[in-house]
Design a protein around this ligand. Structure first.
Ligand SMILES: Cc1ncc(COP(=O)(O)O)c(C=O)c1O
Length: 369
């Protein structure tokens, strides 16, 4: 049997209503900042629980533009997670700021106990990353942010509809940055991103920044970017958004099923599943013994397992100038060696989940010490 990682064919392969919507849209010629975009922004803000949402061209720009609104500039320090995807760090670096890393814990998110000793006079923002569909402990982040008066931008790119105490990711701070990339839980047909905020001034500034700083056709108020969310992608988003809760719920159901069966294997450790945290499993990751061998065995047996990520961002050549060395972030390092991700999306069938479970079982049966 094959268990594929990408489910884009299943997601979009049979979508007659979407094709009708696209055809109607094409006939309007409303291609930049058109009506479907404002409709999508309204619906997205409502879904997440903020007053405003501003569509931009990627999750990376969602972080970058939010940091720009705060006023992040060259030489400022921005605290973020040592185990994040490169994009979080890229957004910080694009503004000339310095990423200051904090190690994660076994929830894959920043260990908030380690933040205080990273704060200096130059610290101008914290970017907690709600990694894998988990959430960073925003209660603690907000206590620190308040005490030290540091603005927060949530990198919620992997965690749409994750929550703590029923309060959604992206709503805990000044800005929530989401990605709509084809690999994300709510995905469009190209790059895309969206920022949520309940602050009117921030929303207005974001709208200016994403569209060259233009207040109308002829007047430029500030220097901005070309970072509009493509209106055609907003049409796709409008088609998908009614399914958002169901997508999250099905992923949660799949993960629970995996947890139940994989936890019986001695060589597997399931990450902590904290009460009152809703994890939306953009990635389903567990800790395993003999990871590299298991990964090979899964691939050989048709399961597209993956590792997110084998080389932590803080050890990548692009960030050598920061002077970090292996061992600086021990939990991140340990994860890089011991994690494995299995497909967990909403289109998987029970027999595919069962197959993954049986292959992992078989591997450890064969490799008993
Ligand atoms: C944690 C994290 N932050 C930011 C991004 C950036 O999103 P995008 O690819 O839409 O620019 C991603 C997406 O890949 C991500 O996983």
């Amino acid at each position: 049997m094959k268990v594929r990682y990408s489910y884009l064919k299943q997601q979009f392969g049979n979508a007659p209503k979407l094709w009708r919507d696209l055809k109607k849209f094409v006939n309007t010629g409303d291609f930049t900042l058109g009506k479907p975009l404002s409709e999508f922004e309204r619906k997205f803000a409502k879904l997440i629980g903020t007053k405003y949402a501003v569509g931009v061209n990627s999750g990376t720009d969602a972080i970058k533009l939010s940091l720009k609104v705060i006023g992040i500039k060259k030489g400022d320090e921005v605290i973020t997670a040592a185990n994040t995807f490169v994009a979080t760090v890229g957004a910080i670096c694009e503004l000339g700021a310095i990423p200051v890393f904090v190690d994660c814990d076994d929830t894959f998110c920043m260990n908030t106990k380690l933040i205080k000793k990273k704060i200096t006079k130059k610290t101008k923002a914290i970017v907690p990353v709600h990694f894998t569909g988990y959430m960073t402990n925003m209660i603690e982040i907000n206590k620190i942010a308040k005490k030290y008066k540091i603005p927060v931008v949530e990198d919620a790119c992997q965690s749409i509809l994750a929550s703590i105490n029923n309060k959604n990711s992206g709503t805990w701070s000044n800005f929530g940055a989401f990605s709509l990339h084809p690999l994300k839980n709510i995905n469009v047909w190209s790059d895309g991103g969206i920022i949520v905020t309940s602050n009117k001034k921030y929303a207005e500034k974001l709208r200016l920044l994403r569209n060259h700083g233009l207040i109308n056709r002829d007047n430029v108020k500030i220097c901005g970017y070309n970072s509009r969310l493509d209106t055609i992608q907003a049409v796709v988003g409008n088609w998908l958004i009614p399914k958002a809760k169901q997508i999250a719920n099905q992923r949660i159901k799949n993960a629970k099923y995996y947890d139940k069966h994989l936890s019986k294997i001695n060589e597997v450790i399931i990450p902590p599943r904290i009460q009152n945290y809703k994890i939306v499993y953009h990635l389903y990751i567990i800790f395993v013994k003999n990871r590299d061998k298991l990964l090979k065995y899964c691939l050989k047996n048709g399961i597209e397992a993956k590792v997110h990520y084998p080389i932590p961002i803080y050890r990548q050549p692009a960030l050598k100038y920061l002077g970090h060395k292996k061992g600086d972030f021990p939990v991140t390092d340990w994860h890089a060696k011991n994690i494995i991700s299995f497909p967990c999306d909403q289109h998987l069938k029970k027999k595919e989940l069962d197959y993954v479970i049986s292959v992992v079982n078989r591997f450890y049966e064969k490799n008993k010490n």
